[in-house]
Design a protein around this ligand. Structure first.
Ligand code: ADP
Length: 422
């Protein structure tokens, strides 16, 4: 049997977040990094996720990569498709959530789908179409200062309308509460009234389960990883998969451990403060990297003797004032790419030196690191924190990886990751 579910994720940590959800639901899941150029053995695999780095690139390029991924997944035989984006709806003004969704809909000949970033377990809820992070509207959180995708609007209908050609509808919480059968009718009504995408309120996991059941016949679903919570049960009910108790069992990987962080999100800044209290840590700054051609080499030389004795942390993560200064001095794109390239080079050199366990904080940063290591595929293991599983590479050398979206994880995330990645 080919895998049942084919997913396209717009960044690397987002892909592992979705994989984590599917594995916890009992689906044996692999994650492929970038549009695959080859075929993979998909025996005993229930779900495949193609992780792109398409969140902030030009919409036309994001569409191209997403359609190529779709083509590969269709060839692999998957029957239901999922476009995964961030639970904080991270997108640029031009896209890419809207344009990619519409391109996938056109290719699959889908007239209606939903957009749902809710992930109540991590505090992301949608109420009357507005996205909340914890107790605050999205636009009142640190996300309004994100270096690449500042989110200054919380009304998801408004955001998506700007990014799409079609009409954006809203299914409110009372309609979701009415359950799967009523929801199917709401979908039909919206389709008849000319809406092509609906934002769906979701405040609790129960809402996501009810929506999940109502989506059983959808060819395309879009959202954060939360909305995938109900899908494994649909496949079990229809006899398409036997859910596995051991979907998260991985072989342990041993070897030195490196932690890299390019995320400036508040959760990551807290994790860095906590970890660096009793572990060696080194701070990189894009302005220094621009001025000093040896800055990256110096970070590597700093790490080499220390990493033999225990885990080390190298980070560029900085307060919003520091980020502003770097962006003013260098431009936002250059500041970001200097850090991403630096993290990639550091990872490559230290893995060549024998590092076998790697924790990376930041979606873009993780994308740059796995790109530099030419990692093509990952098997997904046990959850470290909501949204973040341990993983290992499918190809040799086996490397244990934890790729964390900036916003995720408790204060002691890095310590927990080291325990779970034996
Ligand atoms: P998150 O998951 O928190 O969004 P990302 O890695 O996706 O983290 O994005 C953070 C972006 O900020 C990256 O492009 C990174 O290179 C950039 N960045 C990191 N540190 C700095 C800094 N000190 N100054 C400017 N930009 C930075």
């Amino acid at each position: 049997m080919p895998p049942i579910l084919g997913c396209i994720a717009d960044d690397f940590t987002g892909a592992t977040d979705l994989a984590n959800m599917l594995v916890r639901g009992g689906l044996r899941t692999i994650q492929l990094l970038g549009v695959p150029e080859e075929d993979y053995s998909l025996t005993n695999i229930d779900a495949v996720i193609i992780a792109l780095k398409s969140r902030t690139i030009q919409p036309s390029e994001a569409i191209l990569q997403s359609l190529k991924s779709l083509k590969w997944l269709r060839k692999a035989g998957t029957q239901q498709f999922f476009f995964k984006y961030c639970s904080t709806f991270d997108s640029t003004d031009k896209g890419n959530i809207g344009p990619v969704t519409e391109a996938l809909m056109a290719e699959l000949d889908v007239k209606f789908t939903i957009a749902n970033p809710a992930f109540p377990e991590t505090g992301r809820t949608v109420f009357k179409g507005h996205l909340f992070v914890g107790d605050s509207l999205l636009s009142d959180t640190h996300m309004n200062k994100h270096p690449l995708t500042p989110m200054t609007e919380s009304n998801l209908v408004t955001i998506l309308e700007k990014q799409t050609q079609g009409n954006i509808g809203l299914i409110q919480h009372n309609e979701v509460e009415a359950g799967p059968t009523a929801l199917k009718n709401s979908f039909k009504k919206l389709t008849k009234s000319g809406f092509s995408i609906a934002i769906t309120d979701s405040i609790t996991d129960k809402h996501l389960h009810m929506l999940g059941e109502a989506l059983a016949d959808f060819k395309l679903i879009t959202g954060g990883s939360g909305i995938a919570i109900g899908l494994p049960e649909n496949y079990r009910k229809s006899g398409l998969v036997n859910l596995s108790q051991n979907a998260s069992k991985l072989e342990p990987v041993k070897g030195p451990c490196l932690i890299l962080s390019g995320s400036c999100s508040q959760a990551t800044l807290n994790q860095i403060a906590e970890f660096s209290r009793d572990h060696p840590s080194f701070k990189l700054n894009p302005i220094d990297i621009d001025l000093n051609p040896n800055a990256v080499k110096e970070a590597i030389s700093w790490a080499q003797p220390r990493i033999k004795k225990g885990p080390v942390l190298i980070y560029a993560s900085a307060s919003s004032d520091e980020v502003k200064l770097a962006q003013k001095t260098l431009g936002a794109d250059k500041a970001g790419s200097l850090i991403e390239n630096a993290m990639g080079s550091i990872a490559k050199t230290l893995v060549d030196d024998g590092v076998r366990r790697l924790v990376v904080a930041g979606g873009e940063t993780a994308g740059a690191v796995v790109g530099a290591l030419k990692i093509k595929s990952l098997q997904i293991g046990e959850q470290i924190d909501p949204g973040v599983p341990g993983t290992i590479t499918i190809q040799e050398p086996k490397i244990a990886l934890a790729l964390k979206s900036g916003n995720f994880g408790t204060k002691d995330f890095f310590q927990k990751a080291l325990k779970i990645m034996p």
